[in-house]
Each structure stands twice: as C-alpha cells, then as structure tokens.
Ligand binder design. Sequence first.
Ligand SMILES: Nc1ncnc2c1ncn2[C@@H]1O[C@H](COP(=O)(O)OP(=O)(O)O)[C@@H](O)[C@H]1O
Ligand SMILES: O=c1ccn([C@@H]2O[C@H](COP(=O)(O)OP(=O)(O)O)[C@@H](O)[C@H]2O)c(=O)[nH]1
Length: 238
Amino acid sequence: MGEPIYRRVVVKLSGEYFAGPQSYGIDQPTIDRVAGDLIAARNFGVEIAVVVGGGNIFRGVEVSSRGVSRPTGDTMGMLATVMNCLALGEALRRHGQPARTFSALLMPEVCDLYTRAAALETLAAGGIALLAGGTGNPFFTTDTTAVLRAAEIDAGAVLKATNVDGVYTADPKRDPTAKRFDKLTHSEALAGNYKVMDATAFALARETSLPIIVFSIAEAGSIGAVLGGAGRATVVAG
Ligand SMILES: Nc1ncnc2c1ncn2[C@@H]1O[C@H](COP(=O)(O)OP(=O)(O)O)[C@@H](O)[C@H]1O
Ligand SMILES: O=c1ccn([C@@H]2O[C@H](COP(=O)(O)OP(=O)(O)O)[C@@H](O)[C@H]2O)c(=O)[nH]1
C-alpha cells in the first residue's frame, strides 16, 4: 500500500454489526476482527477516532414504540454505545493497541468525559479514541455524532463502515434492482433521501465540507483498503 489518502479520520462502526451472527448483543470474534482492522489502519499512519452505534442492543425509536418515552429510549441507546466502546477498547488493548474511551455523558467511574482536547491528545500519542454516548442528546444518531466529532477534530473524512457496500438508489436489501453510486454530492444524497444515513448527518457534512465514505465492514481489511484509496465504497462529497 502507498500513502493513506487521509491523515485523520472518524470511523463510524455499525452497532448492529457488533452482534455478529446473533441478532442481539456483542459477538467477541466479530469485535476482535474489527479491532484488527482498526489496528492495521492505525499502523498505516492514520489517526483514528471511532464512533460506535448501539443498534445491536438498543435503538431509541424501537424502545419508545413499546411505551418508553423517546428521550429515555434514546438515553438507553446512548448507554448501549458505551457498552460497545468498552468492549472494543478491551479488544484493542488486548491486541497491543492503546485506546481510550470518552463519553459524551458524564460517568467518571466508567470512562473519561469527551472533550475535543482530550481526544486530540489521545490521537497525537498514537492511541485510538473511542467516542461513546453519541452526542449526549436524544433525537440524534451516531451517524450524526460521527460527522460532528469529525468536524470538531478536523478529520479528513467520516468512514461509515456498515452492512452495505455503498449508497444505492434504493435500499438494496429491499430492492434488488437498486443501483450503487461510486460517488455523489451531499446535496444529491439529501435530495434522494437515501436512508443509509440520516439527513441531519448528511446536512452537517455538507455544512462542514466533510466527505463521507460508505463501505461494508464485512470485508476484512476494508478500512485499510478505503484509506489506501482502493476498496469498494461510495464517496459522498462536494
Ligand atoms: N439508499 C440506500 N443505500 C444503501 N443502504 C440503504 C439505503 N436505504 C436504506 N439502506 C439501509 O441502510 C442500512 C445502513 O444504515 P444503518 O441501519 O444506519 O446502519 P448502521 O448500523 O451502519 O448505522 C443498510 O442496512 C441498508 O439496508
Ligand atoms: O447522539 C445520539 C446518538 C445515539 N442516540 C441513541 O442511540 C441509539 C443507537 O445509535 P444508532 O441507532 O445511531 O446506532 P447504529 O445504527 O449505528 O447501530 C439511537 O437509536 C438513539 O436512540 C441518541 O439518542 N443520541
């Protein structure tokens, strides 16, 4: 591999993917494999901050449909992202990679509070910064968190590592005729209402001129491949 195309990125990992072959919870072999991919990307010379979703444990909207208020359901979702980050942090350290978990919600016995300065310090020291607890506010998503944090820490791009290999004209899991984009602009992504990411995330990325690269995490080594400028992905930029 040559030079990485970005020097600092935020990787958004699908919470749902953390469940592995199960439909719920944390699958250790899956986390170990993702940790290996992140370490390879770090060793490629890229500063890595990670935002993990929580969909493998709780999604606020789903819980609220069962009678819990949306803000409480969203808080449960944010706590789920903390659990995922703790599991990923352990896996990274077990593989010899320094990593520190920061939360947007104050929980001093569990992990540090997120501040831009502390996250940047971890990156400068060669560590991977795990950004847990979403934005700390209900009604947002971890996709929006990833864009927000990327803008805050001057990252070159958001790498959305998910369970599809790019942005399609329609949900490829429902519509087998959907066509995949190699690239599109933020405005086109918003106009198309493509549900691979929420509109708030696309709008903030447009506002802050941040490229979003959407690719499948199921391919081992896909994070490094994208950082090398190769790999199957859709680039949302411009
Ligand atoms: N136009 C589209 N292009 C690609 N994926 C789409 C599209 N519309 C809906 N999806 C769905 O979006 C999902 C990825 O978004 P999301 O559920 O937020 O995943 P994550 O767990 O990575 O946050 C995919 O599983 C895919 O089926
Ligand atoms: O800033 C945030 C980020 C996340 N969440 C909650 O946390 C859940 C898990 O995040 P997300 O759905 O983005 O995870 P993923 O789809 O990546 O698994 C969401 O459903 C929300 O309920 C929230 O309330 N505010």
